[in-house]
Design a protein around this ligand. Sequence first.
Ligand SMILES: [Zn+2]
Length: 333
Amino acid sequence: MIEEIQPNLFRVEVPLPNSPLKFLNSYVIRSSDRNLIVDTGLNRKECLDAMHSGLQALGIELKKTDFFITHLHADHFGLVSKLATSTSRVFFNRPERELIEASGWWERMVAYAARNGFPENELQAAIRSHPGREFASEWVPEISVLQDGDEIHAGSYFFKCVSTPGHSLGHTCLYEPNKKILVAGDHILIDITPNIQCWSDDHNPLQNYLASLDKVNKMEINLVLPGHRRLITDHKTRIAELKEHHQRRLKEVISILGSDPQTAYQVASRMTWDLDCDSWEEFPRAQKWFATGEAIAHLRYLQRKGLIVRKDEGAVTRFTRNDHTGLLDALDL
Ligand SMILES: [Zn+2]
């Protein structure tokens, strides 16, 4: 499916089979000079077919096309190696280029998940079924790094990069100040909430995410073009809802924690999830993985705020409640 959103700015719907996200929005800017494609889909046949037929219908020649990828997740980055030609530039952010180029990335995540209580016997299966691994780009094309404030243009569109870490380490949106359009990747979505995961001791992704929401909230935007689902016209209302969602989540995590130390995996199993399963045991393994990453992100945020306590015993990290219940109300995001 193709939709012309503004003159020469198109949304191509790329199916994501078996994913609760349903489809990816790839944005295509057509120009007599060079075209620009923002985000591409998973590296799998269904996505490639949809992109090929969409681009053909729009008369887009790939050898006259550059790419901007909002973040490293496979549903955005995975297909770029199949579409980019030797004359294409692939624009991307620096923190995630470094992640992709560093070896042992998955192994470190697996070790971190084990430390946070993910059962050994489920770990390998969860990783095998992880779409980020199964449908990743087979090779990494040469990357042109763009940073916050850098500009990139295509046809009559002059975009500025807006660094919005949180959903991922280097997530970057594109802002068109004249047309007041934000190409938002997975920073702001509607009907579903962007997944905020943490897989390292060095980061505080939820803190970053909330700061990035505040940054975008201040911008003048008439239309948000998100990476999934439908377009958003009132970004401030959606941002307020997303902040409320995380506030509720943080309170839920505190209420789950008692005086007995719990791992992030145990906390995740007690949180409420919007999935069609009766119990945690029925969760698909990949969803258990995402849920645990999300629990860690909320636990990290609370721990850095001093509201909960982390205990590292042997090879396992657990968390307990801090007896500052009064501080709960101070959780003002
Ligand atoms: Zn996505």
